[in-house]
Design a protein around this ligand. Structure first.
Ligand code: PEP
Ligand code: CO
Length: 462
């Protein structure tokens, strides 16, 4: 399969950049590898291993993101906070893909827009942490930085950063990609039909009638289209699902940064859509330096402490050509901060005529701890931040073009609330995340329906 190159404007390779130029900058959130020879050996091996994605898929995503910037598409980006090597397992992967595809069907029908589907998977193995070490009962060890770096159990051996884990992470990402590509290629077609979905949870919601109406409208729409075309709707092809991860562990990203025949410049071929996390978005830091030279579409998380001037400086550094599809800004302010934090940023980006895709991450600003010390998030705060995001964009004359979510296809109990109104007692039942709390299958589908209720063209209620 080939796609024509998407090159809407002349852009060029910065001549003061290389895949290793980040090394002269301060790199935050990197592990202290003790054995430099082992690190170099792992890097050398990684640099010879095949890439996980192709340049033409990357260009296709950039084209779709450029359309999203113009309001012609909506981005759905979601998956685990942190993938783990142990979770590279067929049931977990297919359930996660299933919930993302089902959410995208709800969004396509409700928003009347094609959806850009991007998974937070096949490489989401490195995590930023608030402290370098962790102390338990007087013992201090390096913190867990994700399976790409070390292991979560609290022993000196598990916590020692091991560069060979990068090789294993690459292999697990490839296994995940391979399975996702096969599932998509093979159909998953009945996912278009809500009558086959697990919708039992809807009965528990005060909005049950509303949801029921929405689901039958989607079912009618699918059947109508199939009658018209005389075939079943099966328009998912292999470039229709993209991958993303936080480009955090720079030795890993560097080794997967490649040139390809007949194209200028450099591509990160470990993922279609790398992003810079909040903690590593310093303008003069190594992560911004590394990302500015890639031809991939890139994203950066934006939190409540960023000033309008800093944001424009960051945009200038990452997207000096104002290139369509190049830059996505993911705001993650928190329900309590978004009304104050977001409008000045929307205003300055609009005033300066910068072409970006605005996306809401309503998860990371809403993390809290229960009295029992369990990390959780409230569904009402997640939804509340999202709804305010839509309203604030509308008021500013800008457009919220997508959502970025932490979710799983399993019925875990990590976030409070939702149709079944999960309580603090429920959290103990099925809490599996090693890092951040995720929306479960039902909460994810409900959130998609509530987005449609807020923004969609389907009637909100009977
Ligand atoms: C994340 O996306 O898991 C994350 C750590 O987010 P942020 O950088 O916005 O805190
Ligand atoms: Co997270």
């Amino acid at each position: 399969m080939s796609a024509p190159e998407f090159r809407p404007e002349p852009v060029r390779q910065p001549d003061d950049w290389s895949p290793t130029s980040w090394q002269s900058r301060t790199a935050l959130q990197q592990p202290g590898y003790r054995d430099q020879a082992a690190l170099e050996a792992a890097k050398a091996e990684l640099a010879t291993l095949p890439p996980l994605v192709t340049s033409w898929e990357i260009f296709e995503l950039k084209r779709q993101l450029a359309e999203a910037q113009e309001g012609k598409r909506f981005l759905l980006q979601g998956g685990d906070c942190a993938e783990s090597f142990a979770d590279c397992e067929s049931g977990l992967i297919s359930n996660r893909l299933k919930v993302l595809l089902q959410m995208s069907v709800v969004l396509v029908h409700g928003l009347r827009l094609p959806v850009v589907r991007v998974g937070r998977f096949a490489g989401q193995y490195a995590k930023p942490r608030s402290a370098d070490t962790e102390t338990r009962d007087g013992v201090t060890l390096p913190c867990y930085r994700g399976d790409l770096v070390n292991a979560p159990s609290f022993t000196a051996e598990a916590r020692e950063p091991d560069p060979r884990r990068m090789i294993k992470g690459h292999a697990r990402s490839a296994l995940t990609m391979n399975f996702v590509r096969a599932l998509i290629e093979g159909g998953f077609a009945d996912l278009h039909h809500p009558e086959y979905w697990d919708l039992d949870w809807m009965r528990h919601s005060p909005r049950a009638a509303d949801y029921q109406y929405m689901i039958s409208a989607i079912g009618d729409g699918v059947r109508f289209m199939e009658t018209l075309s005389g075939t079943s709707i099966h328009n998912l092809n292999r470039v229709d699902f993209f991958t993303s991860h936080e480009a955090l562990l720079l030795p890993y990203e560097e080794c997967l940064t490649r040139q390809v025949p007949r194209q200028w410049g450099w591509f990160n071929l470990s993922t279609h859509f790398p992003w810079i996390g909040l903690r590593t978005a310093a303008i003069d830091g190594a992560h911004v330096e590394y990302m500015r030279g890639l031809r991939n579409p890139i994203a950066v998380k934006v939190g409540p402490s960023v000033t309008p001037d800093q944001l424009i400086e960051l945009i200038d550094r990452l997207d000096p050509d104002n290139e369509p599809g190049r830059l996505t800004l993911i705001h993650r302010m928190g329900r309590a901060n978004i009304e104050k934090g977001l409008p000045p940023l929307l205003e300055v980006v609009k005033r300066e005529g910068r072409r970006v895709l605005w996306v809401a991450d309503p998860m990371h600003g809403n993390t809290e701890s229960t009295n029992a010390g369990v990390k959780t998030r409230r569904f009402e705060n997640i939804l509340g931040e999202l709804e305010l995001g839509f309203d604030l964009h509308a008021a500013a004359g800008t457009r919220l073009g997508g959502v970025h979510l932490e979710l799983t296809g399993e019925n875990v109990t990590e976030c409070l609330g939702g149709a079944r109104d999960l309580t603090e007692t429920d959290l103990a039942r099925a809490y599996r995340s090693t890092v951040d709390p995720r929306l479960n299958y039902e909460q994810s589908l409900e959130l998609a329906m509530l987005i449609v209720r807020k923004r969609g063209v389907l009637p909100a209620a009977l």
